[in-house]
Design a protein around this ligand. Structure first.
Ligand code: URA
Length: 274
């Protein structure tokens, strides 16, 4: 009898029942079992009570506070750490990597998500792709402290048995990250945005799987701000790219420099032409 009861309760638990109500007859039987004096109840009733469904949490709104851009970005960073929609995905790692650089910058670079090096140092673009990006900035006569670097997704996407291997963020991860990127861009209102690679570009432009090759060489807009798409720096690393691929990326950067009315020397104009 006790085994039957336990079996019944387990079944109910699997259905989501969290407690049961007992009438006096059922209580007497249980008291008897506890006292090892079985009492045979005339008629006992155990009624399953379903758990009350929890009221759905209202969707949280991002709140931007602060006077300066740096303070406003800091308020976003603070909220991103335990942002429920990121957590609810269950597919991102714990360590947040938000953004780096100048919150007053005229030029913003947007990547896809941090990798293992970025996660270790808590800063975007510090691994091999970041070193390539530093080289690109140097060729433009810029430093990290003059631009703003961010990623659509603020946590490293997780994988089974993950060591230093990284994966691109999914559409769902990008959708959550875009809430933050929109606010970052609204705060900075830069003169120009560069999307690094197809994943970031598709996320920013609300597209799906459009290759970089089809998005380059023209101006797009994000929140009314001119946006240029170029290759992800890791593409150049992966492909050990020829001067012709480097030149394509460099032409994208020349277009950005022209847009920002930056001085461009003849030497800069000729980079990777041979
Ligand atoms: N790739 C990205 O897109 N972002 C980083 O921060 C590092 C690598």
């Amino acid at each position: 009898m006790i085994d039957e009861l336990i079996g019944y309760l387990r079944q109910e638990q699997q259905k989501g029942v969290t407690h049961v109500e007992l009438d006096e007859g059922a209580r007497q039987v249980l008291r008897g079992w506890v006292a090892s004096k079985p009492v045979v109840a005339k008629k006992s009733v155990v009624t399953a009570v379903k758990a009350e469904p929890k009221p759905a949490e209202p969707a949280r709104e991002l709140v931007v506070v602060g006077n300066t851009n740096a303070e406003k970005i800091a308020s976003l960073r603070q909220q991103a750490k335990d942002w429920p929609a990121f957590k609810a995905l269950g597919s991102l790692r714990e360590m947040m990597v938000f953004s780096v650089g100048n919150a007053e910058a005229k030029l913003v670079f947007v990547g896809e998500a941090p990798g293992s090096e970025e996660e270790r140092k808590g800063e975007p673009f510090v691994g091999p792709a970041g070193q390539k990006l530093d080289g690109i900035l140097k060729a433009m006569n810029l430093t990290r402290s003059e631009v703003y670097l961010t990623n659509v997704v603020k946590f490293r996407p997780s994988m089974p048995q993950q060591t230093t291997n990284n994966r691109a963020p999914t559409a769902a991860e990008m959708a959550v990250g875009m809430e933050f990127v929109k606010r970052e861009i609204e705060i900075l209102r830069p003169q120009c945005i560069v999307a690094l690679g197809g994943t970031a570009a598709n996320g920013l432009l609300g597209m799906e799987s459009v290759p970089v090759g089809r998005l380059r060489e023209e101006w797009h807009e994000f929140l009314g701000i001119p946006l240029r798409v170029t290759f992800h720096p890791s593409y150049l690393l992966r492909t050990q790219s020829s001067n012709s691929e480097k030149r394509k990326l460099w032409e994208d950067m020349l277009a950005v420099m022209e847009r920002l009315q930056m001085p461009i020397s003849d030497k800069q104009r000729g980079f990777f032409l041979t």
